[in-house]
Design a protein around this ligand. Structure first.
Ligand code: ADP
Ligand code: MG
Length: 253
């Protein structure tokens, strides 16, 4: 008798997801997958639906239709704290730091959302210290978040996500507004995080940063997937060139 082949489900499986806000369809029938340990770039013009997709995956918003699965388990529409405990952490495009608290306190609060059984026997305070150290923030740990630089705030967002010990880290414009040196610092952090086995979805406009980091790209525009593949193939896609540079450029090249 032929044996049925058993393939593991993708780490993250987004299946035909749609999100409407009244008459606005922000995400329209989007499907994508993320493999264990993969670094996926998600790019697209402003208003394409990138942040909305993160909101749907992280449970901040509920899909209008479609399915979202983490390692085969349905998570679509679940509460954000439960999705975080299941292993998905994200940063926010506009900093979501807790005001009136120190960097250490900000990360410590996040560390309490670490999945039970995934603490590695490490106490929340130690997870906090580790996340701050990975993100190069040990020296400013006890500074109020109002007193840190933009670069430090961006890294603090990442530290908060890491303190939850995610399997998937989603960063929403983590290098926007940073200078090249600060950008490289963030890229080094994300590479180090990925080297420990964490899969990453990297939403970013900075093309240099995207190409320096990701293995695969998904391009969305007006809520739909336009192209998907290696950065090289995607850069040559006429649909992508048109979405970014306009149809006259696409025709001329
Ligand atoms: P991106 O992150 O790619 O710039 P967004 O996901 O922020 O795009 O937005 C996608 C579209 O959805 C935009 O047209 C935006 O105006 C709309 N949108 C996003 N959030 C809401 C909301 N809460 N209510 C109504 N429209 C929204
Ligand atoms: Mg956005």
């Amino acid at each position: 008798m032929e044996q049925a082949q058993v393939t593991a489900p993708p780490l993250l499986d987004v299946v035909s997801v749609t999100k409407r806000f009244g008459g606005v369809t922000a995400i329209s029938d989007v499907s994508l997958t993320l493999s264990e340990g993969e670094v996926l770039g998600l790019i697209g013009p402003n208003g394409a639906g990138k942040s909305t997709l993160f909101n749907l995956i992280s449970g901040v918003q509920e899909p209008t239709s479609g399915a979202i699965r983490l390692a085969g388990q349905s998570i679509g529409g679940r509460r954000p704290d439960l999705i975080c405990r299941a292993g998905i952490a994200r940063t926010f495009q506009s900093a979501s730091l807790l005001p009136g608290m120190t960097c250490w306190e900000n990360v410590h609060v996040a560390s309490l959302f670490c999945p039970v059984g995934k603490t590695g026997g490490i106490a929340a305070a130690e997870r906090t210290a580790q996340a701050l150290a990975i993100c190069g923030l040990a020296a400013v740990a006890h500074r109020d978040v109002a007193e840190i630089t933009t670069g430090e705030a961006k890294r603090l967002e990442i530290a908060r996500a890491l303190a939850t010990r995610p399997r998937i880290l989603m960063t929403d414009e983590a290098v926007a507004g940073l200078n090249p040196a600060e950008t490289d610092q963030v890229l080094d952090i994300l590479r180090a995080v990925n080297a420990t086995g964490v899969a990453i979805i990297f939403v970013e406009h900075d093309v240099r940063a995207v190409l320096a980091l990701v293995q695969r790209l998904v391009v969305i525009a007006r809520g739909s997937v336009l192209a998907e593949g290696s950065p090289r193939d995607v850069a040559r896609s006429p649909a992508v060139i048109e979405a970014y540079l306009g149809s006259r450029y696409a025709q001329a090249h």
